[in-house]
Design a protein around this ligand. Structure first.
Ligand code: NAD
Length: 298
């Protein structure tokens, strides 16, 4: 069993760290928010006063932060950059969803410090993080992938090697752009059904057994009262923030520009989520986009 530092214990990082504790590792945890640290300490994580303390004696360092800027600050540009603090040979796994350029630049700098850095963004939501069934999408060398695979399997069911550094983030950007399109389409279709007098529970079952079936409908129904244990069942609290989806759609737009790919559906979804964000819903789960379609009708 290893000593693992886990930094960033929010909606995703908290349950991921708890699963590593369950797997028998010594997990040294840190977050800027003391409540987040407290939750993981309750599950057996060992609280640390700073990120620098957390990485002491760790063979593996995992980060799960919100943005590329936060990742850069933690490892390279902040007050006490971690790349100066870790022993050569440490495996650094960044699970945050960030742009591929930042992931590549961070990997390059890590190599200069004698560290193994991979990008390993995840899919599967908070429920997947809790159940240990996440999908990991890795960018890095073959050797780095082989080193990381066993620990990633302790937090997830599927672990993919997408390609070299940055490739994990590129694949994740494609996935999340499609997720945004699927969620927006699901909200739109269910709202039309409700306005036509259909029962959203019955309509959801019909579409799930028909050609409109998709992940949002199966596991993340956006209409309150249709599914239990989804953000829609608790006022759209927890889950995957609209702010984070907007960040991911900005990343997807950069990728479309860099790769010369037309993304009319992604651009439409981005416009919808941005409007929803500026209307004051940024901190709610992304399935709250359904509220935009109801426009006060709920
Ligand atoms: P979150 O806001 O709940 O958690 C992020 C945590 O990082 C916060 O607790 C914050 O305090 C902490 N943090 C930021 N900078 C820090 C630093 N320097 N040191 C220590 N802690 C720091 O976000 P989340 O929902 O857990 O998402 C994390 C990442 O995973 C994001 O990039 C997101 O896009 C991605 N993601 C989220 C989901 C989801 O369903 N929530 C699913 C897949 C991927």
């Amino acid at each position: 069993m290893a000593t693992i530092a886990f930094i960033g214990l929010g909606n995703m990082g908290g349950p991921m760290a708890a699963n590593l504790v369950k797997a028998g590792h010594r997990v040294q945890v840190f977050d800027l928010q003391p409540e987040a640290v407290g939750r993981v300490a309750g599950a057996g994580g060992i609280p640390q006063a700073s990120a620098t303390e957390a990485v002491k004696h760790a063979q593996v360092v995992i980060s799960m932060l919100q943005s590329g800027r936060q990742v850069e600050a933690l490892y390279m540009t902040g007050q006490d950059p971690l790349f100066g603090r870790m022993a050569p040979g440490t495996l650094v796994i960044d699970c945050s969803t960030i742009d591929a350029a930042t992931a590549k630049a961070t990997a390059q700098r890590a190599t200069a410090h004698g560290l193994d850095f991979i990008d390993a963004p995840v899919s599967g939501g908070v429920a997947g993080a809790q159940a240990g069934t996440l999908t990991f999408i890795v960018g890095g060398s073959e050797d780095q992938f082989a080193r990381a695979e066993p620990v990633l399997h302790q937090m997830g069911k599927k672990v993919f090697h997408a390609g070299p550094h940055g490739a994990g983030q590129m694949a994740k950007a494609c996935n999340n752009m499609l997720l945004a399109v699927l969620m927006a389409g699901t909200c739109e279709a269910l709202n039309m059904g409700i306005n036509s007098g259909l029962d959203p529970k019955v309509l959801s079952e019909i579409i799930k057994q028909s050609s409109g079936n998709n992940w949002a409908l199966q596991l993340y129904n956006p209409v309150p009262g249709v599914m239990e244990q989804v953000p829609a069942a608790r006022g759209y609290r927890g889950g995957f923030q609209v702010n984070l989806m907007c960040k991911d759609l900005n990343i997807a737009m950069e990728l479309s520009r860099d790769s010369g790919s037309p993304v009319p559906m992604g651009a439409a979804a981005k416009a919808l989520f941005n409007l929803h964000q500026v209307a004051g819903h940024g901190e709610f789960d992304f399935s709250s986009l359904f509220r935009m379609f109801r426009q006060g009708g709920e």
